[in-house]
Design a protein around this ligand. Structure first.
Ligand SMILES: C[S@@+](CC[C@H](N)C(=O)[O-])C[C@H]1O[C@@H](n2cnc3c(N)ncnc32)[C@H](O)[C@@H]1O
Length: 194
């Protein structure tokens, strides 16, 4: 029943062109969350709350902290969490992740990185410190295939340079075991080993 409601809400969000994780990547994300059964999830980039809700629906004991800077999206997300009866499990931090991420504390079992694509590398030191050993970092859109369609050439180039830096840092960090999801816009899935 709740799954049907979720599917309905997701289709509405997609029809309004509000950004949300693509179909196969969502399946992959759900599979990873289901396997990990995290207690504490951090998400950068809530948008309308679709990925956040999806993660909570496959990990019954999980609580979610999610960050969104756009007030309209944040409102929409609050409505969607409420509609699915998930609001008590969510802390939505409305504001700029650049400012909020460095203020976070405590350990997280799962981090879904889906905010500003040019900032993954900048957030990484804080996110690594927030992720518990054994925890998983799932970063979406690492190919940036669709990114240049919306942004200026300069912003596009900067995002590509920063993403390459993020990927290289992750690949060479021996504290992480890294896998790649090659479909759609690509994702990096990394387990923190220690
Ligand atoms: C790809 S969308 C997130 C989609 C969502 N995770 C989902 O799958 O349903 C990226 C979101 O990050 C938000 N965002 C961009 N820059 C941000 C920042 N500096 N701080 C917080 N949120 C930001 C955007 O407003 C947008 O809603």
């Amino acid at each position: 029943m709740r799954e049907e409601k979720f599917d309905f809400l997701r289709e509405k969000v997609k029809a309004e062109n509000i950004p949300t994780v693509r179909d196969k990547t969502l399946q992959k994300l759900r599979g990873e969350v289901f396997a990990a059964q995290p207690k504490k999830i951090l998400e950068i980039g809530t948008a309308a709350g679709i990925s956040g809700a999806a993660m909570l629906l496959c990990a019954d004991e999980a609580k979610l902290v999610t960050i969104e800077k756009d007030p309209d999206f944040a409102d929409r997300a609050r409505g969607i969490f409420r509609a699915l009866g998930l609001e008590k499990r969510v802390t939505l931090l409305e504001g700029d992740a650049d400012e909020i991420v460095p203020l976070l504390s405590g350990g997280y079992d799962f981090i879904f990185l889906d905010g500003p694509k040019g900032k993954y590398a900048a957030y990484l030191p804080d996110l690594k410190a927030l992720l518990k050993p054994g925890g998983v970092l799932f970063a979406d859109n690492i190919s940036l295939k669709f990114y240049g369609l919306k942004h200026s050439e300069h912003r596009n180039r900067t995002a590509h340079v920063n993403m390459a830096h993020f990927l290289e840092t992750m690949r060479t960090d021996e504290d992480f075991s890294v896998r790649f999801f090659e479909e759609e816009d690509g994702a990096l899935i990394a387990e923190k080993l220690r």
